[in-house]
Design a protein. Structure first.
Length: 212
């Protein structure tokens, strides 16, 4: 059986990546494709427990290094329990974040050794790399306004960091995309949602050999 297709979505706060990932999954399913939509951290019973610790437990301070290990633990389980079996069955896997998020957030933005992250990631995912990564890019101030970060004073561990943190995140994502132009597709996310979705689906149709 032909291996499936692995797509990941990345982006900063308010980029709309989760919305676009769900929309793509729905569109492909409607066209008869077998699709698995998952998210990070999460996607498995163990991963959802880890997600709760990472994103919502204000009472549990975590160092960036601890974050790397927890994200990678959830990722290892997701790869073995969900992603690999789905790809081997010829399905399309759509991931709302994958290892690039750890490289960007904990590595470039929080200063954890990139070599250490690479080594932990290799243990977690082996040689698995998305076939395409859609980076939804938009100005930081637009993304934060969309997410309600400033108005709601959100306590989410990552959205509650200072604005300059999000600037580092955006810059790091764009550097990753420039370094791997065959894998990354940079999508201007400060446009109408339907226009963005059309651009993404055109790229996916080309990968699948389907008419746009």
């Amino acid at each position: 059986m032909k291996r499936g297709l692995f797509l990941s979505f990345e982006g900063g706060e308010g980029s709309g990546k989760s919305l676009q990932a769900r929309g793509l999954a729905d569109a492909l399913t409607e066209r008869g494709r077998d699709v698995v939509l998952t998210r990070e951290p999460g996607g498995t019973a163990a991963g959802e427990r880890i997600r709760d610790i990472l994103l919502h437990a204000r009472e549990i301070p975590l160092s960036p290094e601890a974050q790397v290990l927890l994200f990678s633990s959830a990722r290892a389980q997701l790869v073995r329990e969900v992603i690999h079996p789905a790809l081997e069955a010829g399905k399309i896997v759509i991931a709302d974040r994958f290892f690039d998020s750890t490289v960007v957030y904990q590595g470039h933005a929080h200063g954890v050794s990139l070599q250490a992250i690479r080594e932990v990631t290799a243990l977690a995912v082996g040689t698995l790399v998305p076939d395409r990564t859609f980076l939804l890019d938009l100005p930081v101030e637009v993304g934060l306004a969309r997410s309600g970060w400033a108005a709601e004073a959100r306590w989410d561990r990552f959205e509650a960091d200072a604005t300059d943190f999000h600037v580092r995140v955006r810059d790091a994502y764009l550097r990753l995309a420039a370094a791997e132009p065959r894998r990354f597709v940079v999508i201007a996310a400060d446009r109408d949602e339907a226009v963005i979705a059309k651009d993404i689906r055109r790229e996916v149709d080309a990968l699948l050999g389907a008419p746009a």
